[in-house]
Design a protein around this ligand. Sequence first.
Ligand SMILES: Cc1cc2nc3c(=O)[nH]c(=O)nc-3n(C[C@H](O)[C@H](O)[C@H](O)COP(=O)(O)OP(=O)(O)OC[C@H]3O[C@@H](n4cnc5c(N)ncnc54)[C@H](O)[C@@H]3O)c2cc1C
Length: 430
Amino acid sequence: MSPRRIAVVGAGYAGLAAAVELCDAGAAVEVFEASRTLGGRARAIDAEGLVLDNGAHILVGAYRETLRLMARVGADPGPLLRRTPLHLEFPGRFRIKAPRLPAPLHLAAALLGARGISLGEKFAAIRFMRAMEAAGFGIEDDEPVAELLARYRQPERLRRYLWDPLCIAALNTPAAEASSRVFLNVLRDSLAADRSASDLLLPATDFSSLFPEPAAAWLDARGARFLRETRITAVSGGEPGLSLSAGEASFGAFDAVVLAVAPYHLRRLVSQLPALAPVLEAVDRFAWEPIVTAYLAYPEQVRLPCPMAGVADGHAQWIFDRGQLCGQPGLMAAVISAHGRHEALEPDALAERIHGEIAAMLPGLPRPRWHRVITERRATFACTPGIARPATATPVPGLFLAGDYVAGDYPATIEGAVRSGVAAARAAIA
Ligand SMILES: Cc1cc2nc3c(=O)[nH]c(=O)nc-3n(C[C@H](O)[C@H](O)[C@H](O)COP(=O)(O)OP(=O)(O)OC[C@H]3O[C@@H](n4cnc5c(N)ncnc54)[C@H](O)[C@@H]3O)c2cc1C
């Protein structure tokens, strides 16, 4: 039998995960990517003679499938990701650091040893985690995370320094609006799983080099066809299989197609497939949350007290020291997830505020040599209670969806994208 011919449209983390999985299953894979740079919403950009990212990202030990596929394509997670036990620090205000103990002792010890909260607050956090564990990290009716935390009487400081930052970092949605069901999935698989699952994995490289480029090289070595700068304009059905158009060019006939584009790129692609109307309606109901990354370049000797520092009550939420992480000394990347008051400021004014917030941590800080503010307006969908996400399989035979927005346990994250890519590949093969 000749191998099944399967197309993947989009070479972000979801599309590349699907392509690798398909290739491993023996399919003849063809990947189409609109851009020259691979990685989609997690990709490298060039600025000021440096390789930066379109947005600072972090991974955690629970990103099982991402780590598996990185290893599969020869991108050894060891040197590419700096692994540290869970360590969240708002310098001078709050600190939680997991010791190298087996689970669940690591979490209990981390909470009991946390600085900046009282003993009563530590026990409130432990009681909450135990109650969630007893409930299997499930809830009957989805509700905003803030309401769940209020029902379990989580004190204000605990929310401010622990639960709210975790929620906004994982779901890119403020606790007042975020889905408890998805948040609990994240807690189950990170804080409440084995110790390594809660480790922070801070990238030592850019996000195109972390997995997308090694995956493309691995696919190339196995004979997969890989077309960059090829924007697919339409998918059409019919006999003998699905076909793709890119302007004048057409490609087909495929036994299956995995559409791994961002949800807001779907409509144009599938206009010839009326059966996909319910999928488009579901996507149209999404609200979007932005993520801002502001790079500020200081003299090389400038260092944060830790590679990733939280900012309490600031415009920035987290500052990453790219000197300690990626060998770019003096370069700070400040991240602001979701909507907020920062949106009222022009980029230069925002960079000025963030400079003030870094200076509050590092007295005597000189002015930055340059700054660059990057706003991804539709970074992720807003992960709200009961949100309906489209399934992997579509009403069109042979057509599958992959991407961080496709139904799954996880919020819009790299791991959510990778898992959906793997699921789409397995469905396409089956
Ligand atoms: C600034 C920012 C910070 C983030 N921080 C984190 C974080 O810390 N941790 C985390 O886990 N996640 C984070 N995320 C989320 C994560 O980046 C996304 O969930 C993930 O990258 C989505 O991958 P995807 O493959 O589903 O979609 P995308 O990355 O959007 O990939 C879609 C691909 O399809 C291509 N494409 C689109 N249309 C066509 C077409 N017609 N033809 C061919 N190709 C096409 C695009 O060019 C793109 O390469 C962040 C996102 C942003 C934007």
